[in-house]
Design a protein around this ligand. Structure first.
Ligand SMILES: Nc1ncnc2c1ncn2[C@@H]1O[C@H](COP(=O)(O)OP(=O)(O)OP(=O)(O)O)[C@@H](O)[C@H]1O
Length: 266
């Protein structure tokens, strides 16, 4: 699928950058998450895979502090943060997300102002974090767009005038503009043509390798997870049913549900 070979498995470091412990969330009678725990090591790509409704996006929204669970804890191994990030108030959450967590949504309307310029969308992230100098904003926005392999001659065009692949690159530029500690990707290539999807995945992989970026990638597409992830969490009905190194999980799935997923894909 991708022109870039998957990198060698990275050495596992002792302290996870991110740790989720016992997250549970109900929406009325629907159990979206049931005692979910997961962790991500620095520089690693964690893939989260599972059927529709298994709780993947809910989990990612929690990592982006957009939602609070009914129970559970969330920690990032970064200076000056509480042991449980759900203890932060709304303003503190917003600042932490703007400065340290980037997110790319499946639907660009969720992440972008579609009629503002692409460079303006990226600059907005920098503005929230306190940058006010116009020349610096523009230069940093240009750098982030360039790193996302966005065609710079279109940087003043609004996303609404761009292709789906380019829109995802603007989202990506906005997400990485402040070099976040954690990059969250929620079905970032779903809905794109297969060839465009491969190019966007190549960009993500290049960024990951060059910057040793820590990523959490949610996808229902095993091919995407297989291309990108070092480790995988398999979710079903709000629970983690299997977790392990991606190659192991794909070659020798242990849980009946994972076996079904893997064999359906072959
Ligand atoms: N805001 C909400 N209000 C009510 N129910 C919700 C809400 N968000 C999620 N749910 C429910 O929680 C469950 C998990 O949803 P979630 O979107 O996390 O799954 P998913 O694995 O990401 O699915 P998909 O791949 O279809 O996006 C589903 O049953 C969903 O209907």
């Amino acid at each position: 699928m991708s022109a870039l070979a998957k990198s060698e498995p990275r050495l596992v470091e002792a302290t996870p950058l991110m740790r989720l412990d016992g997250l549970s969330k109900r929406y009325g009678p629907v159990v979206a998450l049931d005692d979910v725990s997961a962790h991500v090591y620095p520089g690693e790509v964690l893939g989260i895979v599972g059927e529709s409704g298994s709780g993947k996006s809910t989990l990612l929204r929690m990592m982006n502090l957009q939602e609070t669970p009914d129970a559970g804890r969330y920690a990032l191994d970064l200076p000056d943060l509480p042991g449980n990030l759900f203890d932060l108030d709304r303003y503190e959450r917003r600042m932490l997300c703007a400065r340290r967590i980037g997110i790319v949504y499946q639907n660009p309307h969720q992440g972008l102002l579609m009629t503002n310029s692409s460079s303006g969308n990226v600059a907005e992230r920098l503005l929230i974090a306190g940058e006010r100098r116009f020349a610096v904003l523009r230069e940093k926005a240009r750098g982030a767009l360039d790193a996302s392999e966005f065609p710079l001659d279109r940087m003043d065009a609004p996303p609404i005038e761009l292709s789906g692949g380019m829109q995802q690159r603007v989202q990506l530029a906005k997400a990485i503009a402040l070099e976040p500690a954690l990059l969250l990707l929620d079905e970032p290539t779903t809905g794109l043509d297969v060839s465009v999807q491969a190019l966007v995945l190549d960009t993500l992989k290049r960024l990951q390798q060059d910057r040793r970026m820590t990523m959490v990638l949610v996808s229902h597409d095993l091919g995407v997870i297989r291309t990108m992830a070092d480790r995988v969490v398999v979710m079903r009905r709000g629970q983690v049913v299997e977790e392990g190194l991606a190659d192991q999980v794909f070659q020798d799935p242990q849980h009946a549900y994972t076996q079904q997923l893997v064999h359906a894909k072959l």
